[in-house]
Design a protein around this ligand. Structure first.
Ligand code: GLA
Length: 389
């Protein structure tokens, strides 16, 4: 089904990959509730790849791995629902999942029925092993139609990595979110690459120019969060500093990407918890206006070949969220002017900013804001626009 705000939750892949079982998923659900993460919006608990047996049953149905999930998926789903959470699962549009398990190609309707019977609320749908002779859009439309007819409201989370110009056709499939990039890894290079794929001003990073296509009802998914992984787990390649995790989280917030935690929440470190639970940053991500984010300083970026994107988004109450990124390896001045947000001195508005990480409040004078930002860091401002009539 569609969703009016980017989904939030937790997914098993980044840390655990094939090392999943029902105890891990239950314990994770428990911790999400104990820590109050659900109250902040993190309410989907999602099992990624590697959950099934290697063969279907004699009726062609997917079967859960009996060792990993001895009580069965329905019991697990019931448990998750009993905690007030929602339950997500994973399949793939090709002949095998990315990790080589049975996949939904030519089993779309029977699998949608199985997921509905298990009480699934969210289906991540991957892109591996797609037969060459079928187009991606055909397979996503097929599964979208199967889910729309399965008798249960299941959020369709497409994961075709921006391939085959996903942004051009994804809204026709009924998907509520769509992956615009390849897989994230837990290091700064990966975060930087994904941010630049959204900005996509050079083509150097191979982005599909995905950012303008995100928004209400079909959100651009920049992949799961790595905050708190600290180099551990399946995609933990070196880890990031807290500053870099803050930059990562701010980018996902301003671009209205789903916020799906990928670390082991049972061992959440205090720094990561602070980042993931910043209510004002989450509010930017979840803003119900669903306005398209834009690159305020795109002319500057192009002319100077600079890596300091300023991303802005008009919010439901009339404020403007503005994120200033320094993706370079040395400190840099980063700035924006009112006209880059559509405001000239003739509008006579006053602008008051709140820094959503430091809590600092100040007025922006002369329609110009500039600041020094350390390497790999960012500032996320919420700018209040006060008309002077
Ligand atoms: C692909 C997806 C990942 C993850 C793995 C599982 O690489 O993009 O997010 O689901 O498959 O095998």
């Amino acid at each position: 089904m569609f969703t009016l705000t980017p989904p939030m939750g937790w997914n098993s892949w980044n840390t655990f990959a094939e090392n999943i079982d029902e105890k891990l998923i239950r314990d994770t659900a428990d911790v999400i509730v104990e820590k109050g993460l659900d109250k902040l919006g993190y309410n989907y608990v999602i099992i990624d790849d590697c959950w099934s047996e290697k063969v279907r049953d004699k009726n062609g149905r997917l079967v859960a791995d009996a060792k990993k999930f001895p009580s069965g998926i329905k019991a697990l789903s019931d448990y998750i629902h009993s905690k007030g959470l929602k339950f997500g699962m994973y399949s793939c549009s090709g002949t095998l999942t990315c990790a080589g398990y049975p996949s939904s190609y030519e089993y779309e309707f029977i699998d949608a029925d199985t997921f509905a019977k298990w009480g699934v609320d969210y289906l991540k749908y991957d892109f591996c092993f797609k037969p060459e002779f079928v187009q991606g859009k055909t397979l996503y439309r097929r599964m979208g139609t199967a889910l729309a007819n399965c008798g249960r409201d299941i959020l369709f989370a497409a994961c075709s990595w921006g391939a085959e110009k996903t942004h051009e056709w994804i809204r026709s499939t009924g998907a509520g979110t769509w992956r615009s990039t390849g897989d994230i890894f837990d290091n700064w290079e990966s975060v930087k690459k994904i941010i630049l794929q959204q900005v996509d001003r050079t083509g150097e990073y191979g982005g599909s120019g995905a950012m303008p296509f995100g928004g209400l009802g079909c959100f651009n998914d920049m992949d799961m969060l790595i905050v708190g992984m600290n180099g551990k787990g399946n995609v933990g390649l070196g880890g990031c500093t807290s500053e870099e995790y803050r930059t990562h989280f701010s980018a996902w917030a301003i671009f209205a990407s789903p916020l799906i935690i990928g670390c082991d929440v049972r061992n959440l470190d205090p720094e990561a918890e602070k980042i993931l639970t910043n209510k004002e940053v989450i509010a930017v991500n979840q803003d119900v206006r669903g306005a398209q984010p834009y690159i305020a300083n795109e002319v500057w970026l192009k002319e100077n070949n600079d890596n300091t994107p300023v991303v802005a988004r008009l919010l439901a109450n009339g404020d403007i969220a503005v994120a200033l990124f320094n993706l370079k390896d040395e400190g840099s001045r980063v700035d924006f002017r009112g006209d880059q947000l559509g405001l000239s001195p003739s509008t006579k508005v006053r602008l008051f900013a709140r820094d959503l990480w430091s809590g600092e409040e100040f007025e922006i004078h002369n329609y110009t804001y500039f600041t020094h930002i350390d390497a790999h860091a960012c500032k996320l401002l919420r700018v209040r626009v006060v008309p002077q009539l």
